[in-house]
Design a protein around this ligand. Structure first.
Ligand SMILES: [Zn+2]
Length: 478
């Protein structure tokens, strides 16, 4: 926009479009598109479905959108009305994109109809049945979708939720079930963004609850069109963020740390020199601070503190554990082991998102001991770090029990069914992740395999890429 559309005297020829903009602003943009008054629209998935924007000639995807269906949907926005069109997918350094470029058959042969959420997933279904039973009693032999409900109704009776009288199942618990279905969800309400520049008070955007901690913290730069705003104050309880226009030459990127505790293991099996399992976890996510990053050069030009309540989530996860004796042989140095796990988690996360047809943010990744006594993060210096539950740095040698586990968790309260299929597919996931890391052309590790790596890391005994490879080989079924 700086280059192509900088003459303020003319109406803009380039437009940005995304969710979060006010409806009136979006409608204005859609009208301009339909009327052919624009040369270029820079958009998020908000433009993917259900918006009439007329015909485009070219559709350029900045990276793989995360699902095959979304890829075709977005490419299909160009070339309406029998006119030829061009669709381009520009692969980024993201591991998902790099994987796809090496395995184009994944895009061309996959059926876009494959579901990514399993409505019959036990937990989802149980919550739905619970809510339905509150509204109206079930009858014996009744079904809910394709499922036979006998077992589930029996379970809810044993839990003291339902009572059977004759052939009907009555609600007897005294709580309202929908309150318990999710701990934190979008239902908690959106935040409004209020522009207070020059003493004004104008609502300029609405942001959903889950995105707020990572985007509207005090000090954050928040973009509307190409205008940056700085968040002056976030009123968490009042669901408001107050912003002012700024000329900052940087954007902000929140750092988040997740520590995880295993609540229940549903199933597990031996895999390679370790164990793969799935079950229920409790997650605490903290946003300790943010980075200021300069436009274009992407230099880190400073840090700021974030002061927000911890975000808690009950969800499902799949995790891998390595036999401590085998780990000791393969990666004697704990610092290298931590970096190996963090790199392996990075690669597995990307491969799993692709396989589950999920977006990267639908899944989370974490490395820790599974008991909440320590967790591992990439520290501000780019190095792997152990942290205690209070988020203080912990020397790797000081961890009493050093049995790192690698988690991929379902990033929605209660889980939307992503973990169980990942568990089933766990062996192949590890193979694909190892393939991704092993075949990368970088010397020591890069954002396309194990995540960003410092130049000094290239001189270590094992590079981050070699350490990640060692972990993945331990997890590999044979
Ligand atoms: Zn690489």
């Amino acid at each position: 926009m700086d280059v192509f559309d900088r003459d303020p005297r003319r109406p803009p020829r380039v437009l940005a479009y995304r969710g979060g903009y006010l409806a009136s602003e979006r409608r204005r943009g859609e009208q301009a598109m339909r009327a052919g008054n624009l040369d270029l629209v820079v958009a998020t998935s908000a433009l993917e479905l259900g918006v009439d924007i007329g015909a485009l000639d070219v559709s350029i995807l900045n990276g793989y959108p995360g699902t095959v269906a979304a890829t075709w949907q977005r490419l299909g926005r160009a070339g309406r009305r029998q006119r030829p069109a061009l669709g381009v997918l520009v692969a980024t350094s993201d591991p998902l994109d790099q994987y796809l470029v090496r395995h184009p058959e994944f895009l061309f042969d996959a059926s876009p109809e494959r579901a990514r959420i399993h409505p019959d997933q036990l937990l989802i279904l149980l919550e739905q049945v619970r809510c339905a039973a509150f509204e109206l009693p079930f009858r014996d032999g009744e079904s809910f979708g394709a499922e036979d409900l006998g077992e589930m109704l029996g379970y809810l009776r044993d839990e003291g939720v339902l009572q059977r009288q004759g052939d009907r199942w009555y609600w007897v618990a005294d709580s309202y079930p929908a309150n318990a279905v999710s701990l934190r969800s979008i239902a908690e309400g959106n935040f409004v963004v209020i522009d207070t520049t020059a003493g004004g008070r104008t609502v300029i955007a609405e942001v959903d609850y889950t995105s707020v901690p990572g985007t509207l913290y005090q000090g954050a730069i928040y973009m509307i069109q190409s205008q940056p705003y700085q968040v002056e104050q976030l009123d968490w309880t009042g669901r408001k963020a107050f912003v002012t226009r700024t000329r900052a030459d940087y954007y902000t990127d929140a750092i988040d740390y997740s520590r995880l505790k295993i609540l229940a293991r549903f199933e597990g099996r031996a895999q390679g020199r370790g164990v793969v399992a799935q079950g229920e976890v409790h997650l605490v996510r903290r946003y300790p601070g943010y980075k200021k990053i300069r436009y274009y050069s992407h230099d880190n030009v400073g840090y700021g503190r974030i002061d927000l309540p911890d975000q808690e989530l009950h969800t499902t996860a799949v995790w891998w554990l390595v036999d401590p004796a085998a780990l000791e042989v393969a990666l004697r140095d704990r610092q290298q082991a931590i970096e190996g796990f963090l790199g392996a988690a990075y690669a597995l996360h990307h491969v799993a998102a692709l396989r589950a047809m999920a977006e990267l943010r639908d899944l989370g990744r974490a490395v820790g001991d599974g008991e909440g006594t320590w967790f591992a993060v990439v520290g501000p210096d780019g190095r792997g770090q152990l942290r205690d539950p209070d988020n203080h740095a912990l020397e790797p040698s000081a961890a009493a029990r050093f049995e790192p586990a690698l988690f991929l968790y379902d990033n929605y309260p209660g889980g939307v069914g992503l973990s169980a299929p990942l568990y089933e597919d766990a062996g192949r996931l590890v193979l694909h992740a190892r393939d991704l890391v092993a075949s990368c052309a970088c010397p020591a590790g890069c954002p396309a395999c194990v995540g960003p790596v410092l130049p000094s890391d290239e001189t270590r005994a094992l590079t981050p890429r070699q350490a990640a490879l060692a972990v993945l080989e331990l997890l590999e079924a044979r």
